[in-house]
Structures are given as structure tokens and as C-alpha cells.
Design a protein around this ligand. Structure first.
Ligand code: SF4
Length: 426
């Protein structure tokens, strides 16, 4: 298949389908979700080369909600084999020293006649992106452009910068480490997400929704026992966002993906089979703004009508660089055109107004320090916040143990060999 051909780019309005299934048994729910949207043979034809891109980020245990269950992957391999794929590869970028999960998936691949690939280290392909959001060329794992069918297997997570990380962002795992760092440094994650999906649109999307979680910092986990399948990556991300209580309309990369012909985030105009979103929904998945508002004594983020351009930047810079409990007095951070300050405000409170939507004018009478831009500049944000907050420190062992205990209290068990996310010396 040519690198430049994008089979999803079409002017014709098309109706896409997403299925949602709940059940304790992983294999049954994954099989059912795929069957509801037409079965594997709708996507994989005899002789096709299949790449299964699974989210195995940092090799974290399934119970953290961060990664796809190995049995989900086995189920998909088996189905692709039944559809007579000529070659099946399974991969993700290996991003952890702990190889337990990657080794398990590699073993499953071997047992089922597939091949495991570290997509962050396999040979690269330099690909021109047709009509990109930003990057005219990207360097990706060769397997991505060589496969006939891309099966995108993600999880149900909110994300500090992009809003959610389900299917579209899952393709970040075809980049090598230096590029991952580069896109973070350029603050162009959302742009490159769409450009990667333009390089190779996913044919079939499966979401392992055993748990939902807040991707970073993790540990706000809910057991969901869901599986989803879909024939359009944009719609799957939009439906998944709703299932987690996030607003797809606030997610910039979904808007760009629609504008660039990758599909539709319009849930009303498409089709959901199996459970409805309301039936699948259990409770709102924490996002970074909720997390900061809950954990910080003095920071209050007020959002009304904001998009990920503002709150993605704010939450990233706040959590990555600052101690969110170091503000001495109340600090209100406002985002979105309709955000309002509490009235009356505490006497010594200060206010930061984010982005062009909240530029103070004679008419709106907004008062506070304004960080301009759409989206606002990360460094300008950081500079402003440094007037109120001290630099962030890493988790101590005691804090980690408290997190671990809280998880156990919720009935979430981590494997004995799970390594905490801090140096053992701390
Ligand atoms: S200023 Fe721009 S980035 Fe911020 S909420 Fe408004 S539209 Fe979004």
C-alpha cells in the first residue's frame, strides 16, 4: 500500500459505527464488540499483513488502567488468523526497564504464530504527510507503513495534555524516543497525533476498557469491564471521551482530525451498538484539572467553555514543574470564554486569565494577570506560575505507599513485582 494513500479521506458523509460491551470475561467481551461491528473478516482479508498496535505504555500492569490486557491481544491475534492474515505483528514502543508485560505479550505472539516488535526501535520509514496539521514529514516504525491493516488497540484514559488517550494517541508508540521528546519539547503533541493518523488510518479500533484511569499521574482507577470496537478512530475517541465524562468538543485534536478528513466525532450522526454511552458510563474519570482542584489547597482552576489548548498546557506545566500545594494564598486560574471569578473573592486571592478567550477588555471587566495566546505559550505560563508556586519534588516512598494503600482499599491489586514510580533510594 502506498504511504500517501489515505482510504479514509473522502468528501462523502459516511456513517461510522462503535460498539460497547460490558462483561467480566475479557475474551468474550472483545469478541462480542468486534462481532457487533461486522466481525474481523470485515477488516482483515485473506493474505493481509496485519499490525496490532497495542498500548503497553511503560509496561505498567493492567490493573493500573494504563495498558491493554495480554489476553485482549491474544483474542485479536486469533481472530486475525481466522480471517487468514498472511502476517501478524504486534507491537508498541518499549518505554520501561521492567520487561514483564512486554515479555508476556511477546510470548503470546509467539504462541499464536505472530511476531512481537518494539516499534520504538525497529527500522524507521520517513513518510510525507498529505495535508498535515503541522508536520509535513514524520519518521515512524516501518511496520506502520508496510502493513495492509492497522488494528489499533487502546485503553480508556484521560490525558493531561491531549484530553484523552484512547485510539488516536495510541499511534505515538510508533515514534522513536528522540522524536517523542522532540514533539513534547515543541509542544506539538496534538498536532503530531493527527499527522500520525493521517499516515496510516486505523482500519479496526478495539478499546480494552477493563479500567479507566487518569494517565498521568495515574492511580485514579475505576473498574469498567468494557470493550469497545469501531471502524473510525475519531468516532471511537469521541465516544470513549463521553464514556469517561469528558467533552469531545473540547478536544482540539478531534476537531483537527475531522477537518483533515479522518472521520467524525459527531456521535449523533453516527451509530453506537451494544450499550449506550449512558449505560457504559459509571462515573467521571478524573482529568488533570479535577486532580489539581482536588489535591491543591489553594489553586482553583475554573473552566467554562475552554478547550485542551488552554487546560492541557496549564495542567502539564503545573504538574510537571511545580508543587501544587506551595501556593501561599488562593490562586484562581480561569480558562474558557465563559469562566467567571467567584464573587466575592478572598481578599488576598490572585487570578491568572488564560488565553485569548479571556483577554481583559473594557467590556468584560476581567481582572488578573493575562497569559495571552491561543493556545497560550507554555513558557509564559510557567513564568507566571513561578511567581506563586515552588518547583515540584518527586514522590517519596511514604507517599507512594499511601497511594498503594488507597488503591488496595479500592480493591485494586498490583502485582508483587510492580516497581513504584520513583528511585528506590528516596
Ligand atoms: S484561548 Fe484558545 S486555547 Fe484557550 S480556551 Fe480559548 S480557544 Fe482554547
Amino acid at each position: 500500500m502506498s504511504n500517501n494513500v489515505n482510504p479514509n479521506l473522502t468528501k462523502e458523509p459516511k456513517r461510522y459505527t462503535v460498539s460497547i460491551v460490558r462483561g467480566e470475561n475479557i475474551v468474550d467481551r472483545v469478541n462480542k464488540a468486534i462481532e457487533l461491528i461486522g466481525g474481523m473478516k470485515r477488516f482483515v482479508k485473506k493474505g493481509d499483513k496485519v499490525l496490532i498496535k497495542a498500548n503497553l505504555v511503560d509496561g505498567k500492569p493492567y490493573e493500573t488502567g494504563e495498558t491493554v490486557h495480554p489476553e485482549t491481544i491474544r483474542t485479536i491475534i486469533k481472530q486475525a488468523k481466522t480471517a487468514e492474515a498472511s502476517q501478524i505483528k504486534v507491537g508498541d514502543a518499549v518505554t520501561s526497564w521492567d520487561m514483564t508485560l512486554y515479555n508476556t505479550v511477546a510470548k503470546i505472539a509467539e504462541e499464536e504464530g505472530a511476531e512481537w516488535v518494539d516499534l520504538g526501535r525497529s527500522p524507521r520509514a520517513e513518510v510525507k504527510v498529505e495535508n498535515p496539521v503541522f508536520f509535513e514529514k514524520v519518521s515512524v516504525a516501518k511496520e506502520l507503513v508496510e502493513c495492509d491493516v492497522l488494528i489499533n488497540v487502546g485503553t480508556l484514559k484521560t490525558h493531561h495534555l491531549a484530553g484523552v488517550t484512547v485510539a488516536m494517541k495510541n499511534l505515538y508508540g510508533v515514534l522513536e524516543l528522540q522524536d517523542r521528546i522532540k514533539y513534547h519539547r515543541l509542544d506539538k503533541i496534538e498536532e503530531v497525533i493527527v499527522d500520525l493518523n493521517l499516515v496510516k488510518p486505523s482500519s479496526l479500533i478495539v478499546v480494552d476498557g477493563g479500567y479507566t484511569t487518569h494517565h498521568w499521574p495515574a492511580f485514579e482507577v475505576q473498574k469498567m469491564d468494557l470493550a469497545m470496537a469501531g471502524d473510525n478512530v475519531v468516532l471511537v475517541d469521541a465516544v470513549a471521551a463521553k464514556v469517561m465524562g469528558a467533552d469531545p468538543k473540547a478536544i482540539r485534536y478531534l476537531r483537527w482530525a475531522e477537518e483533515h478528513g479522518l472521520g467524525s466525532a459527531d456521535i449523533e450522526k453516527n451509530r453506537i451498538l451494544g450499550l449506550t454511552i449512558e449505560e457504559a458510563y459509571r462515573a467521571k474519570t478524573v482529568n488533570m484539572v479535577d486532580y489539581i482542584n482536588k489535591e491543591s489547597e489553594n489553586i482553583k482552576i475554573i473552566i467554562q467553555g475552554a478547550c485542551t489548548g488552554c487546560y492541557g498546557r496549564l495542567s502539564t506545566v503545573t504538574m510537571q514543574r511545580f508543587d501544587i500545594n506551595s501556593a501561599k494564598t488562593k490562586l484562581y486560574i480561569l480558562m474558557g470564554p465563559n469562566a467567571k471569578l467567584p464573587n466575592p473573592m478572598e481578599k488576598d486571592a490572585t487570578c491568572i486569565l488564560c488565553g485569548n478567550c479571556l483577554a481583559p477588555t473594557f467590556y468584560n471587566r476581567l481582572q488578573g494577570t493575562h497569559v495571552p495566546g491561543c493556545p497560550p505559550d507554555l513558557e509564559a505560563f510557567a513564568q507566571e506560575l513561578s511567581n506563586y508556586l515552588s518547583p515540584r519534588r518527586r514522590l517519596t516512598r511514604q507517599e507512594w505507599e499511601k497511594i498503594h494503600k488507597d488503591m488496595e482499599a479500592k480493591g485494586i491489586k498490583l502485582p508483587k513485582d510492580f516497581k513504584p514510580p520513583f528511585s528506590q533510594e528516596q
